[in-house]
Write a protein that binds this ligand. Structure first.
Ligand code: ARG
Length: 458
């Protein structure tokens, strides 16, 4: 098949080269955006008098026919036509005749592909913002049901202080809130039109770039045609945000895996989100959070891959830039699948309140509160820390938790102890005593959830 650019060539392209250089295998993902960009382009060319009304109508009708074929999956893509742009242009010429060849007036595939990807990522980013909201809503649902559920809080994965389960999972709400804001902010840099930048230097035709930008719903146009066709920052930014989201999801997933183990038994994932073992009949494996944790790797890899492709590239377009697509598409697919699964998985997870409560009753995570108790009675924090360290050691040696040690013994460690120490040491009291702003007390957590809910609508 002769190439759309075949004029200066005397030989056919080598078959392997054809396959190797083509991008249609993956850039067909932008078929709809490509046609949308073309429709805007011809409309503008008509308005600017570059094409006649008749030509514009013919091209638009042809493009719509092709769009329908693409939507109905009846469009025949060909590797020989290299990429989505030339596949569509060839089909257009076949459909409406030589007038179809006028579509490419005043533009290049360089501004065309950049436009396609800007449009594509704009849509996906808006979709991801909505999906994150659904995950946040699932977190709020669990949080509202578990303000009073007490579990051990950890540092260094060692029992630290008792906290509210709602408080713990709301931490993920705020991570996702920042991710959502990052996505929202990135739209400013995605919603810029490169269309009309031409190959790199602009065009000799009297085009109106702001008009195509307006038709396509872009907020702005690139002021520099070279930058317009060379910029892939918007893709890097998206992939970097995606990596951060996946990192957050991965931390949550790790906790779900850990909490679902026999040893913790803090939560149980719904059967519909787990799988079994082919050999061990008793098993219920947390494959979903395990895979979410693992998929963070490919998303990170895609980011590093593109950073590496772009580094050192001279301006303006280079074929290297065709390598921006597969990683980005993989990240989009991975993030989409991840966010879709996350919301129902969190929603259906069963929280084992009794097991968590038992845990905080059988540890020393109320030790800080005895220290604070002595400080309130006039001791310095350092002295108190030393005394409580000795009390904990005494407890460990005698097989006693802090609530089991009697007042006489406490008094031997410090004359400041009185019987109210036993109220202070109750896990619930320990939790509710942390009532500073953003702390784990019931009242603070309730306020935090209310604040979080206001973010859901922004
Ligand atoms: N398939 C190409 C890409 O994805 C489109 C732009 C090609 N431009 C060119 N001059 N070869 O990068």
């Amino acid at each position: 098949m002769s190439k759309l650019w075949g004029g200066r060539f005397t030989k056919e392209t080598n078959d392997l080269v054809e396959e190797f250089t083509a991008s249609i295998q993956f850039d067909k993902a932008f078929a709809e955006e490509d046609i949308e960009g073309s429709l805007a382009h011809v409309t503008m060319l008509g308005e600017c008098g570059v094409l006649s009304e008749e030509e514009v109508t013919q091209i638009q009708t042809g493009l719509i026919t092709i769009l329908n074929q693409i939507k109905n999956d009846t469009f025949a893509y060909s590797i020989a036509d290299e990429d989505i742009h030339m596949n569509i242009e060839r089909a257009l010429i076949e459909e409406i005749g030589t007038v179809g060849g006028k579509l490419h007036t005043g533009r290049s595939r360089n501004d065309q592909i950049a436009t396609d990807m800007h449009l594509y990522l704009d849509r996906k980013t808006k979709k991801f913002i909505e999906q994150i909201r659904l995950v946040q809503q699932a977190i709020v649902n669990q949080a509202e049901a578990n303000v009073q559920t007490i579990l051990p809080g950890y540092t260094h994965l060692q029992r630290a202080q008792p906290i509210s389960f709602a408080h713990h999972i709301m931490a993920y709400f705020w991570m996702l809130e920042r991710d959502k804001c990052r996505l929202q902010d990135s739209l400013k840099r995605i919603s810029i039109s490169p269309l009309g930048a031409g190959a790199l230097a602009g065009t000799t035709f009297p085009i109106e770039r702001t008009r195509t930008a307006e038709i396509l719903g872009f907020m702005d146009v690139y002021p520099n045609s070279i930058d317009a066709v060379s910029d892939r920052d918007f893709i890097l930014e998206f992939m970097s945000i995606a990596s951060t989201i996946m990192m957050h999801v991965s931390r949550l997933s790790e906790e779900l895996v850990l909490w679902g183990s026999e040893e913790f038994s803090f939560v149980e994932l719904d059967d519909s989100f787990c799988t079994g073992s082919s050999i061990m009949p008793q098993k219920k494996n947390p494959d979903v959070p395990e895979l979410l944790r693992a998929k963070t790797g490919r998303v990170n890899g895609n980011l590093i891959g593109l950073l590496t492709v772009l580094k050192g590239l001279p301006l303006a377009y280079n074929k290297d830039m065709q390598e921006d697509k597969e990683g980005m598409l993989d990240t989009v697919k991975t993030l989409d699948g991840t966010l879709q699964l996350l919301a129902p998985m969190i929603d259906t997870m069963v929280v084992n309140k009794e097991k968590m409560k038992h845990s905080v009753q059988t540890d020393y995570s109320n030790a800080t509160d005895i220290a604070d108790y002595l400080v309130n009675k006039g001791s310095s924090f350092r002295d108190a820390h030393e005394i409580i360290g000795k009390i904990v050691l005494y407890g460990l040696e005698h097989g006693l938790y802090l609530l089991d040690i009697d007042l006489e013994t406490y008094k031997q460690f410090s004359g400041l102890f009185e019987k109210d120490i036993f109220e202070v040491l109750q896990p619930k009291a320990v939790m509710n005593a942390r009532s500073s702003y953003g702390g784990t007390s019931e009242e603070q957590v309730k306020q935090q959830i209310e604040y979080g809910k206001t973010c859901l609508s922004s």
